[in-house]
Design a protein around this ligand. Structure first.
Ligand SMILES: *[C@@H]1O[C@H](CO)[C@@H](O)[C@H](O)[C@H]1NC(C)=O
Ligand SMILES: *[C@@H]1O[C@H](CO)[C@@H](O)[C@H](O)[C@H]1NC(C)=O
Ligand SMILES: *[C@@H]1O[C@H](CO)[C@@H](O)[C@H](O)[C@H]1NC(C)=O
Ligand SMILES: *[C@@H]1O[C@H](CO)[C@@H](O)[C@H](O)[C@H]1NC(C)=O
Ligand SMILES: *[C@@H]1O[C@H](CO)[C@@H](O)[C@H](O)[C@H]1NC(C)=O
Ligand SMILES: [Fe+2]
Length: 642
């Protein structure tokens, strides 16, 4: 009985949705085949989901149990998770080769085969499944399909379930501000500026707390550049808030929680977290940095998603959480979550990294899977961003890029109170400028210069000027550890994709930059994009400048190039070609950790994600005079500060 009434409700909802879609015409792909969608619905088929209300104790993640039955089971039946619950079950043609099956006009958040926990399903027609859901600002339904992924036919739809407060503020993420003593907190909620005032309550641990206001951003379907982000992958992003916590005391521990003050005077709170403020630039204290690229996200319940190839991601996340007390800052250098236009996966990613990003600054760089889209000003005209063209990455994570301010003002549907003073529409040129995500950030004795490989970096470009300024303006006596970061391999990689080019680099990668790295004595350059680990000798113009492998005393005479793209996305093979400069290669998931003990001693470690153990390492031990020493093409020493 229950099952039947749910189905008729589902059919009604479905029809209502279809009509709405037609009347508004906001889903251009929705060529609805009602007959096909509804005929497969079977009176004795059902899906029951429980519990009906999630997060009663304020949790943002919960497990649900499904029980389902079909009178005509087959081996490729599957269950799709939908949110909002009132989805369209019609199939839509692909518009972008990166759109994978199932091609429903509303993409499921994730899906699982009906036999996953019930191997006898294809004989008995009965099954059950446990799924983990996160709070994503809307309710959920679960639908049983036959016909496999490529020709889905709706058999039954479940009851709807929801989090107690779907709008709750969730997944806070920290990032360094533009000043060394500023931390930014960014989070997601279902509260727009007309519903509530967003803020952060924060202060020294055990001391007085204050409220700091937050800005609010959102965007609509028209901000997306193409399919699937604009079509089947679109999902309302809710509201993204950022607050700036200023004038922090170096290394002091702060506690904070995000909140919203509703118009009726009620406060809605996020969870309490704490972080340690960044050290003063040049400060001598223990400083530990983790760097990796290409991590992505994966489902703890084993279910499948679009672009389902980041199986190493949960191991990396687990090991980072395990070692979190010994990590001060994280740099995720591009290919953040591989949502590739399926917007709900940004929520999945921010939920996955919440324990990390809510505790230490989580700094991102732009990768092809965030930014690239034809005709939008990206250096490459491919479709790797799935139509996101950088908007999701720029909105979901804060970076202290100079162009960010312009971006905030003009590129999005900006929701601030002094809107009158700000231009409402941006020119195309402004929009493109705002998507340039290069920036520099200091952490104590470290200076990081973070390039954006999805925009031109060659001599004569604005980015080249930025890179030179970033490298030249650091005072190496105070900040001896100079690190260059980028997504694509501008330096050296033996990955097959780069080896076939014969130059072992992104085309035109190092030609203009290597003289800068040499002149300004960059110690280490780290890249992602190639999904493995590799370390070179200190090198300049293809020649090792130092033959030592594990302990560098005095000058390096070149830069050590590292690929750390094994964050979690499917691994990339190496060429069998041997080079003189490649010191260590690992075809596995992992990340690197830099530990600065003081101004003279740095430890580099490569750890595997499977066990968190160190598999490659080296030390640098040197004095300021070693940095000043002349080497090939770097005489005399050229820092603006000196
Ligand atoms: C379906 O969900 C969308 C998004 O939440 C909502 O705008 C719409 O009103 C819903 N339609 C029905 C029929 O419930
Ligand atoms: C479960 O379903 C998948 C997908 O159709 C199929 O590949 C697999 O063989 C099935 N397993 C069993 C035990 O039937
Ligand atoms: C204020 O509004 C919220 C959300 O609508 C509601 O849950 C709460 O009970 C209201 N509080 C008061 C005091 O009216
Ligand atoms: C994740 O780590 C476990 C050991 O903790 C290992 O067995 C498994 O193979 C790893 N997964 C991947 C994809 O590397
Ligand atoms: C670095 O280069 C200088 C000048 O070419 C040379 O004298 C020195 O031996 C080199 N150091 C190492 C460690 O190779
Ligand atoms: Fe990439």
């Amino acid at each position: 009985m229950r099952g039947v009434s749910f189905i008729s409700l589902a059919v009604l909802l479905l029809l209502a949705t279809l009509q709405e879609v037609r009347s508004h015409g906001d889903q251009p792909l929705a060529k609805i085949d009602i007959r096909r969608s509804t005929l497969a619905l079977h009176a004795s088929a059902y899906v029951n989901a429980s519990p009906a209300i999630l997060g009663l104790k304020g949790q943002t993640t919960e497990w649900v149990t499904l029980e389902f039955s079909s009178p005509n089971p087959s081996v490729d039946d599957w269950i799709g998770v939908f949110s909002p619950s009132n989805f369209s079950a019609s199939t839509c043609p692909e518009e972008n080769p990166r759109v994978y099956t199932p091609l429903l006009c509303t993409a499921p958040i994730k899906y699982q085969y009906a036999n996953y926990s019930s191997p006898k399903y294809k004989d008995t027609g009965k099954g059950n499944l446990k799924l983990q859901l996160i709070n994503q600002r809307s309710d959920f339904s679960f639908a049983l399909f036959s016909g496999g992924l490529s020709n889905p036919k709706l058999v039954a739809v479940s009851n709807q379930i929801a989090f107690a407060n779907p709008n709750a503020p969730v997944y806070p993420r920290l990032a360094q501000g533009k000043e060394w003593n500023e931390m930014t907190v960014t989070w997601t909620s279902g509260y727009g500026i007309n519903d509530a005032e967003p803020f952060v309550e924060w202060g020294r641990k055990g001391g007085d707390h204050v409220h700091s206001p937050a800005g609010t951003l959102t965007f609509d379907r028209n901000s997306m550049c193409g399919a699937p982000a604009r079509t089947v992958g679109w999902r309302d992003p809710g509201f993204i808030h950022t607050s700036f916590l200023k004038e922090l005391w170096p290394n002091a521990v702060y506690t904070y929680k995000v909140g919203h003050l509703l118009v009726n005077g009620t406060y809605i709170w996020g969870e309490k977290h704490q972080f340690r403020a960044s050290p003063y630039p040049g400060q001598n204290s223990l400083q530990r940095v983790v760097i990796f690229g290409d991590m992505g996200k994966d489902e703890a319940d084993g279910s499948n998603e679009y672009n389902n190839f980041q199986r190493g991601s949960l191991n990396t996340t687990r090991e980072l959480i395990r070692d979190l007390k010994n990590i001060d800052i994280i740099l995720h250098i591009g290919d953040i979550c591989y949502a590739n236009g399926y917007l709900s996966q940004w929520d999945q990613f921010t939920a996955q990294v919440e324990p990390i990003a809510s505790t230490v600054p989580y700094m991102i760089a732009s990768g092809n899977h965030e930014r690239d889209w034809p005709g939008t000003g990206s250096f490459y005209g491919n479709m790797d961003s799935g139509g996101e063209c950088g908007v999701l990455a720029e909105t979901m994570f804060y970076v202290p890029a100079e162009n960010r301010a312009k971006f905030w003002v003009t590129s999005l549907l900006l929701e601030t109170k002094d809107l009158e003073q700000r231009p409402r529409t941006a020119t195309l040129k402004q929009k493109e400028e705002c998507k340039r995500q290069w920036y520099s950030t200091d952490y104590g004795m470290f200076r990081f210069c973070i390039a954006d490989t999805e925009h031109d970096w060659r001599e004569g470009t604005e980015q080249y000027k930025f890179i030179e300024h970033c490298l030249a303006s650091v005072d190496r006596q105070k900040q001896p550890w100079l690190i260059f970061l980028a997504h694509r391999v501008l330096g050296y990689s033996s990955g097959t994709s780069y080896a076939v080019e014969g130059s072992f680099e992104e085309p035109m990668g190092r030609e203009s930059l290597q003289s800068l790295w040499q002149k300004y004595k960059v110690d280490i350059a780290v890249y992602g994009h190639v999904h493995n680990y590799e370390r070179t000798c200190p090198i300049y113009q293809n020649i090792c400048t130092n033959k030592e492998k594990h302990y560098y005393k005095g000058t390096l005479n070149g830069t050590i190039h590292v690929v750390a793209g094994g964050g979690g996305a499917s691994l990339s093979p190496f060429t069998t070609v041997q080079t003189t400069w490649s010191f260590y290669r690992d075809f596995d998931y992992g990340f690197i950790k830099l530990t600065a003990f003081d101004h003279s001693n740095l430890l580099f470690e490569y750890k595997k994600s499977r066990d968190g153990k160190v598999y490659d390492s080296f030390r640098i031990s040197r004095d300021y005079k070693d940095i000043l020493a002349c080497t090939v093409d770097s005489c005399p020493s050229m820092t603006l500060a000196s």
